[in-house]
Ligand binder design. Structure first.
Ligand SMILES: C[S@@+](CC[C@H](N)C(=O)[O-])C[C@H]1O[C@@H](n2cnc3c(N)ncnc32)[C@H](O)[C@@H]1O
Length: 575
């Protein structure tokens, strides 16, 4: 496994003005120039690391790192049991399968293609090996696939039938232009996370060209007659080992299998594993990109297709670079990356967001508890981190017979989730756009018959609800405006003073949210509640929702509205 990156010198790449190949580079018109790993005197690293391996020459991806490995080439059919048997000796790198498949080694011999074949060397070395072995078709097809042009298909109509791209694929190719050029090859490599190549000795000779592709001794050793093969990548510590230096378990396989079938179908080969930009996790890429000493941004909040960063000041000079990496590493789920520009200060609790990467749309759909919520992050409030808290209220506290009143409902995450369970919901918000989305989300979730939507100031809303004879008696009230909600509690003072016949319906339970930085946040919040109600409420259940900043808790206080408060002299005179 890779050592913790924090122990490494982070700034591994220089930013230069050279145009580069990845979207990251296009986006920033910058290219990353890897420092030579050989210049580093640090001890050899284990596991995949951008500080390990070497930069393959002429590879346009500055994050490409090549690692030498040893592998056992085995018949495909024998691969799974061997993988289990040799597990402790196989490569154990994250996101790299320790079984590799050689390009186009798909056992076309089964299809009995009668293709021309190159002369085959006898396993012993000199005699031709009889009739054309079907395995040669694999290599032929391989070579054709690399040429991939119409001439090749014309010469081998069977192959044309097998390999001709579908009309849709052909159209896609036409749209992109001719993909036989270098550009297209780069594009394909860029899509990959890694490739395994057998290391050959490479001469210009035609046969040798094939050797490099499938392993330097691929022909004439019987392997092709056995159909498709697989590579079992050995642990990196055996990269340079000769057969004698391999662990007994691996040697056993080589010896035993050779003795059994009298051929070299199982063999030790050298290969190169190249890891590309797509392979490296976000933190490793950022670690390489950002200057030493800059904290690596690790997390972000997700709202639908939007990744919402909360960058520190020190990140701002690199904000677009960071955002592009976040986008690249989290596609396709993430399509837009934004950064919060300011603390939330306005009445509607909306954030000022800057789109840093991806598409500009801040309208998205969030799925929470199996319900769908449309949200425009530019104009309404949304916080996915409150999902668990909403679940707590709905699942653990609300009953089916409840009538819920959500005084600060936003686009309805709590109101709509509650409506799935309870008898009826009154949902209100001051922000007309939030109310528009609330209405839309109600319909989207087919709950319009159980929710009534209001667009008022919360105090006026409560006064209206309690003075109306038409509404269902409210049993649960939710006040989620943590900065100020406690101060809104004064609206309940005297709320039933002129309507005491309603007292028999029972008092509602109020769930009010607040922040506290006090040493004893529960005590602090309780004091604020008492002050707003003008009375001491004895029995308040406190629940710590989450730590929103160091030392700052979001708390939910739940209590039954005291009758004495409901019939007291009002403090607030609503209109
Ligand atoms: C913290 S958000 C909570 C929204 C929602 N409960 C949620 O969890 O997504 C507070 C909401 O209160 C609304 N709001 C602010 N002041 C208000 C007021 N005086 N009356 C009613 N709603 C108000 C804001 O527009 C915002 O949507």
């Amino acid at each position: 496994m890779a050592p913790p990156l924090l122990h490494l010198t982070p700034h591994r790449f220089l930013l230069t003005r050279r145009p580069g190949p990845t979207r990251l580079h296009h986006h920033l018109r910058l290219s990353l120039k890897p420092l030579s790993s050989s210049s580093s005197p640090s001890p050899p690293l284990h596991g995949p690391s951008l500080r390990g391996g070497r930069a393959p020459p002429d590879n346009p991806d500055p994050f490409a790192r090549a690692f030498d490995l040893a592998a056992l080439r085995v018949p495909a059919a024998a691969c799974a049991p061997l993988e289990r048997r040799l597990r402790g000796h196989l490569l154990n790198w994250p996101r790299v399968r320790n079984v590799a498949r050689l390009p186009n080694d798909q056992g076309l011999l089964a299809l009995d293609l009668s293709l021309p074949s190159p002369p085959l060397r006898h396993p012993a070395g000199d005699e031709p090996a009889g009739p054309t072995p079907a395995a040669t078709a694999v290599a032929r097809r391989e070579k054709l696939a690399r040429e991939f042009n119409a001439r090749g298909y014309l010469r081998f109509p069977n192959l044309a039938r097998l390999s001709r791209p579908s009309p849709a694929a052909r159209k896609r190719k036409e749209r992109k232009g001719d993909d036989s050029g270098e550009e297209a090859t780069l594009e394909r490599v860029r899509d990959k996370a890694y490739v395994v190549e057998v290391v050959g000795e490479g001469t210009d000779d035609d046969d040798d060209e094939w050797k490099g592709l499938v392993g330097e001794e691929g022909f004439g050793r019987g392997v092709w007659r056995m159909g498709p093969t697989r590579l079992l990548l050995l642990d990196e510590s055996y990269a340079e080992s000769s057969v004698d230096e391999l662990p007994e378990a691996v040697k056993d396989v080589l010896d035993h299998e050779t003795q059994q079938d009298g051929s070299s179908a199982y063999e030790l080969i050298r290969c190169q594993l190249t890891l590309f930009y797509n392979y490296w996790p976000m933190n490793e890429v950022l670690e390489a990109l950002l200057p030493e000493g800059v904290i690596i941004p690790t997390g972000f909040e997700t709202v639908g297709h939007i990744a919402h960063l909360n960058l520190r000041d020190e990140h701002l000079p690199y904000k677009k670079l960071i955002a592009q990496v976040v986008l690249d590493k989290n596609k396709p789920k993430i399509q837009t990356v934004v950064n919060k520009m300011d603390a939330i200060q306005n009445d509607y609790r909306t954030m000022q967001l800057e789109v840093l990467a991806g598409n500009d749309s801040l309208c998205t759909t969030v799925i929470e508890s199996g319900l769908r919520f449309q949200v425009d992050l530019g104009t309404v409030y949304w916080n996915s981190r409150l999902a668990t808290e909403r679940q707590r209220l709905v699942n653990d506290i609300f009953r089916n017979s409840d009538v819920v009143c959500d005084m600060f409902s936003g686009v309805g995450p709590l109101a709509i989730t509650a409506a799935k369970k309870v008898r009826y919901v009154y949902a209100n918000d001051l922000n007309p756009t939030a109310v528009e989305y609330l209405g839309r989300n109600t319909v989207l979730n087919k709950l319009e018959r159980k929710i009534e939507v209001f667009n008022m100031d919360a105090r006026r809303f409560i006064s209206a609800i309690y003075s109306s004879q038409l509404v269902h008696p409210v049993t649960q009230i939710v006040m989620n405006l943590p900065n100020d909600a406690a101060e809104f509690l004064d609206v309940f003072r005297g709320i039933l003073r002129n309507n005491q016949s309603r007292l028999h319906c029972g008092m509602p339970v109020i769930h009010v949210y607040g922040f506290s930085k006090a040493e004893d946040p529960e005590h602090d919040f309780h004091e604020r509640i008492n002050a707003a109600l003008g009375e001491n409420v004895d029995s308040v259940e406190m629940h710590r929702v989450r730590l929103v900043a160091p030392g700052k808790w979001m708390i939910c206080a739940s209590f039954t509205l005291p009758e004495s408060v409901a019939i007291a002299q009002p403090k607030y005179i609503g209109g």
